[in-house]
Design a protein around this ligand. Structure first.
Ligand code: ATP
Ligand code: LTN
Length: 333
């Protein structure tokens, strides 16, 4: 019997991937998969993306782009299914059952709902509201033990755990109650222009984020322009959030600790430090971008990856869904 712990995570194909998505989530997926200690499922959360209106042409491009980036970052489709959420109907099916077990009160408290409804004011669909119960379905369908995500997803994970416990108590043991896996460094990469805000691909100011596909020139320019403070010391501290954010980016891509970084730049100014951060980021992105370009030239391979992924994922998902349907009392078809 397979004793390995299960992992499920997802990223939305809602636009170009940022360095925040990479160090907060994707990079950890690669490490966890490599460790061979887990049985992993990696999902492109395309059904979540349509909670905000998408232009079909751009949406299709973003979806294939993200798949190629998953592979370019090192995810191995031979080891784990990599699939589109919309290709596994059980997500929508369990999502509905869980929506019917979610209180209006608890779902209204989600802070991502508040953020996104402010951003899309006048254009807020009900899917944005019920989105967390679909995310819970994504996780619970696979009986995941661990969910590697950035810190901003904590609240959604809490709700997932509450829903799992609620269902288990009401209908008997059905779902594994999952834990989050949130990295120590890079769980919340901040905007380069405003270190009180999360780095976000939907930020209108393109100097605020680094994209995984940014050219070396763009990376250097954006890091040079990043907000620091009027001091000159590379260290953590009150009022030094901008520097600290650059330090955590540096640590995340170089593998160094914050202490090592402070020691390395002792007596040096922000100019030297920013040059080093930019170089380290460029070096991290270079092989990923090269691999991405190769993969984008091989659409047949990408298609094979997601088709195969959906087939394997569907089998696991259906096992849970059938149990749930039986327990809630649906007549067997
Ligand atoms: P948006 O910025 O448009 O709100 P998003 O990037 O937050 O989108 P996703 O693409 O679904 O949303 O996020 C995918 C993963 O990346 C999640 O695990 C999320 O926690 C993580 N993530 C997103 N932004 C950051 C960040 N700035 N720092 C660390 N992790 C992040
Ligand atoms: N909600 C996440 C994306 C997401 C996800 C998931 C993450 C959808 N389903 C399941 C982990 C597990 C986001 O917007 N960042």
């Amino acid at each position: 019997m397979d004793e390995k712990k299960r992992i499920l995570s997802g990223i939305q194909p809602s636009g170009a991937l940022t360095l925040g998505n990479y160090v907060g989530a994707l990079r950890n997926w690669v490490e966890l998969q490599k460790s061979d200690e887990y049985d992993c499922y990696f999902m492109l959360a395309d059904m979540h993306t349509i909670t905000v209106r998408q232009l079909a042409k751009d949406f299709r491009k973003n979806a294939i782009d993200l798949l190629a980036l998953f592979l370019a970052c090192g995810l191995d489709p031979e080891k784990s299914p990599i699939f589109f959420q919309s290709h596994v109907p059980a997500h929508a099916q369990l999502g509905w059952v869980l929506t019917c077990n979610t209180y209006m009160g608890e779902i209204s408290r989600m802070s991502q709902l508040k953020d996104k409804s402010q951003k899309h004011e006048g254009n807020i669909y009900a899917g944005l509201f019920t989105y967390p119960s679909l995310m819970a379905a994504d996780i619970l369908l696979y009986q995941a033990d661990l969910v590697p995500v950035g810190a901003d997803q904590n609240q959604h994970l809490e709700l997932t755990r509450d829903l799992a416990n609620r269902f288990n108590n009401a209908y008997s043991e059905t779902f594994k109650v999952p834990e989050g896996y949130i990295p120590k460094i890079g769980a919340r990469v901040m905007s380069l222009q405003d270190p009180t805000q999360k780095m976000s691909k939907s930020d209108p100011n393109e100097n605020s984020y680094i994209l995984m596909l940014d050219s070396p020139d763009a990376v250097v320019r954006k890091i040079k322009r990043a907000v620091t403070d009027s001091g000159s010391e590379v260290k953590r501290g009150e009022g030094k959030e901008g520097v600290e954010n650059l330090m955590s980016i540096y640590c995340a891509v170089s593998g160094k600790t914050m202490e090592e970084t402070e020691a390395e730049f002792l007596g040096k100014g922000y100019g030297d430090f920013k040059t080093a951060v930019a170089e380290a980021v460029v070096e991290t992105l270079k092989p990923i971008q090269a691999r991405y370009n190769e993969l984008m030239a091989n659409k047949d391979y990408l298609e094979q990856v997601y088709r195969n992924g959906a087939e394997v994922a569907s089998r696991t998902a259906m096992k849970t869904l059938s149990k749930v349907y039986r327990k809630v009392g649906f007549i067997q078809p």
